[in-house]
Write a protein that binds this ligand. Structure first.
Ligand SMILES: Cc1cc2nc3c(=O)[nH]c(=O)nc-3n(C[C@H](O)[C@H](O)[C@H](O)COP(=O)(O)O)c2cc1C
Length: 325
């Protein structure tokens, strides 16, 4: 399939794997890129620019297809070494960067000068327009159903995507709730040029996470995510578990008085415990409502091939058939 997104990134299928903390290692990115999508290494998970540079080299050893790096700009008292991360990316020769969190304007000149295509993840039309105005090449439009940080506007993709299509000139992919060929065709129908998946890629053979995490996704339904940290205006959609329920009770009891310190035990440093060690009650970890559509653990290649075959079937038979009727 050819869209403005496949053209922009030089990929075969319009499917991107969004950056995921403690999931987006070289194995994940390479598997997606080898299957014809755009795999993304999560920069901050590596901790330092030097380690990120090594991870990028490791990924180059696993694929000769294009892959990218995610740089998430977090609100933080002691920010990560962003200049160092940007330098490591530029020097590595990687040609795609997914930015997320704060406005990436400060880093765009260095990235663009190196010929890097930048796709910024946004949860609203106004942020998408800002990304376009500052010179991003594409946007990943992340609806309210997404795993991770959906922002504070709560607009689901059935509204957000066509709104983005009404306003944006640069291409965008649909992100949040995407799982299969139906998602891809719907995303295209709503004006997107492809789709970005997070949660669905975790339940694959290739995802470098503990088996407990994959099994939990197969078991979970669309009712099993919760929104945490809303009182702190840092909302995150996570899979429910004992720690998440404890956190939500604290949020309810403390109301306006809640500060990050009150919930640190349930959210700080929990990713390796869950995703690497499989301790499923260790704390809150990002997970989309799309868990309800995850029923198996295929390889990434099987998943992507299936998505493309299903999309083709829907377009060529189901939709075409309706048209003729
Ligand atoms: C476990 C997990 C970790 C994530 N970590 C990040 C991250 O570090 N940076 C980022 O920009 N997005 C992160 N995301 C969001 C994804 O890149 C993607 O936008 C989101 O998962 C899309 O929604 P979906 O899960 O419904 O597919 C994460 C998502 C998950 C599920």
């Amino acid at each position: 399939m050819k869209t403005r997104i496949t053209e922009l990134f030089g990929i075969e299928h319009p499917i991107i794997q969004g950056g995921m903390h403690y999931v987006g290692f070289a194995e994940m990115a390479a598997a997606v890129s080898n299957a014809g999508g755009l795999g993304i290494i999560t920069g901050l998970t590596q901790g330092t620019p030097e380690k990120l540079a090594r991870e990028i080299e490791r990924c180059k050893g696993m694929t000769d297809k294009p892959f990218g790096v995610n740089l998430t700009f977090l609100p933080s008292v002691t920010p990560p070494d962003y200049p160092g991360f940007v330098e490591a990316i530029v020097k590595s020769g990687v040609k795609a960067v997914e930015t997320a969190g704060n406005n990436p304007a400060k880093w765009l000149p260095a990235l663009k000068e190196a010929g890097i295509k930048v796709i910024h993840k946004c949860t609203s039309v106004r942020h998408s327009l800002k990304a376009e105005a500052i010179g991003c090449d594409a946007v990943s439009v992340d609806g309210f159903e997404c795993g991770g940080h959906p922002g504070e506007d709560d607009v689901p993709n059935f509204i957000l995507l066509p709104r983005a299509a009404e306003e944006l000139k640069i291409p965008f992919v649909a992100s949040g709730g995407m799982a299969d060929g139906r998602s891809l065709v719907a995303a295209l129908a709503l004006g997107a040029e492809g789709m970005n998946m997070g949660t669905r890629f975790i339940a694959t053979v290739d995802a470098p996470v503990h088996q407990n995490v994959k099994d939990a996704l197969v078991k979970a339904s669309e009712l099993d995510t919760r929104l945490i940290m809303r009182p702190l205006r840092n909302t995150e959609r996570v899979l429910t578990n004992a720690a998440v329920e404890r956190l939500l009770t604290k949020e309810k009891e403390m109301g306006d008085k809640l500060s990050f310190g009150d919930i640190a035990a349930e959210v700080a440093g929990v990713y390796p415990k869950i995703l690497r060690d499989g301790d499923m009650d260790a704390g809150g970890w990002s997970c989309g409502m799309v868990a309800g559509l995850i029923h198996d653990i295929p390889t990434v290649k099987e998943l992507i091939d299936r998505i493309m075959a299903e999309a083709d079937e829907i377009i060529a038979r189901r939709l075409q058939g309706l048209r003729a009727a």
